[in-house]
Design a protein around this ligand. Structure first.
Ligand SMILES: NC(=O)c1ccc[n+]([C@@H]2O[C@H](COP(=O)([O-])OP(=O)(O)OC[C@H]3O[C@@H](n4cnc5c(N)ncnc54)[C@H](O)[C@@H]3O)[C@@H](O)[C@H]2O)c1
Length: 258
């Protein structure tokens, strides 16, 4: 309890899935949570749920692919709290297909959200953290940044970019007492994966079985499995973790046979 007491924590894409689970656990750990999502109805529901459980939260519309939308959101947060302790760049979208099947529109869209989105939000938040000389930035990468996976080249490219960006960002912001780390989840059962199963396979139940074969754990990950890793990176408990990728993948990477 209270591992994030009174920390101002903002989470992009926190209307659903991993972001929503993280918002709930951050709030339980005493954080003041800023929920941002393009889906404002989902974000507002997360806010209501958190408040009903005694948490402190505000929900706002934000499209991370749009710098103006991001700037408006950050100005609101800075006005409400005067500081930002934790930025969780979580928002992301999927792109399924072999490289030759992915049209340029989808390629550009997945980069706009997953990579340029991290740039837009970090660009607006880091000057605030540099001024306060404190902050923890958590970037959402993926296990796909480190291993080959069928029909996910565009998506994997975005997550590799996020991991590389994390390391360079860490070098630049370490002098300001800002830590920048990444999360690399395996397959987490969220609306994102449910949608992927529906679109990509004839029989989603059989597909679920196939996904489980990629890992050592008997079940897929839950949003909460990733949320607890985010709590660690957000809290001062991880003060010696800098520029790293934290893998939460049920043994997907380490369990690969040669
Ligand atoms: N689920 C997995 O297996 C898995 C594995 C590794 C990494 N990830 C990454 O974790 C993050 C969250 O994934 P999830 O599974 O919870 O997805 P999700 O689809 O369940 O939730 C993502 C949320 O982001 C929001 N969002 C999408 N585009 C946005 C934009 N432009 N601006 C603001 N919000 C936006 C959506 O409305 C949604 O609420 C993503 O970056 C994803 O790539 C997921």
């Amino acid at each position: 309890m209270n591992r994030l007491l009174n920390k101002v924590c903002m989470i992009t894409g926190s209307g659903k899935g991993i972001g929503a689970a993280t918002a709930a656990i951050f709030a339980r750990e005493g954080a003041v949570v800023e929920i941002g999502d393009v889906d404002i109805d989902s974000a507002a529901k997360v806010q209501r749920d958190l408040e009903n459980n005694g948490g402190k939260a505000t929900a706002n519309f934000v499209d991370v692919a749009d710098q103006k939308s991001v700037n408006d959101w950050i100005a609101g947060i800075a006005g409400r709290h005067g500081r930002i302790d934790v930025l969780f760049n979580n928002a992301g979208i999927s792109a399924v297909g072999r490289l030759d099947e992915v049209d340029e529109e989808l390629w550009n869209r997945v980069f706009a959200v997953n990579v340029t989105g991290v740039y837009h939000v970090s660009k607006a938040v880091l000057p605030i953290m540099m001024k306060q000389r404190f902050g923890s930035v958590i970037n959402m990468s993926s296990a796909t940044a480190e291993l080959g996976i069928l029909r996910r080249a565009a998506y994997s490219a975005t997550k590799g970019a996020v991991l590389a960006m994390t390391k360079s960002m860490q070098v630049d912001y370490a002098p300001y007492n800002i830590r920048v780390n990444a999360l690399l989840p395996g397959t987490i059962y969220t609306p994102f994966v449910q949608d992927y199963l529906k679109k990509s396979y004839g029989d989603p139940t059989e597909a679920l079985g196939e996904l489980k074969k990629r890992q050592l754990a008997s079940e897929l990950g839950t949003p909460e499995d990733v949320a607890w890793a985010a709590v660690y990176l957000a809290s001062d408990e991880s003060k010696y973790m800098m520029g790293s990728g934290l893998v939460i993948d049920g043994g997907t990477i380490s369990g690969k046979p040669f």
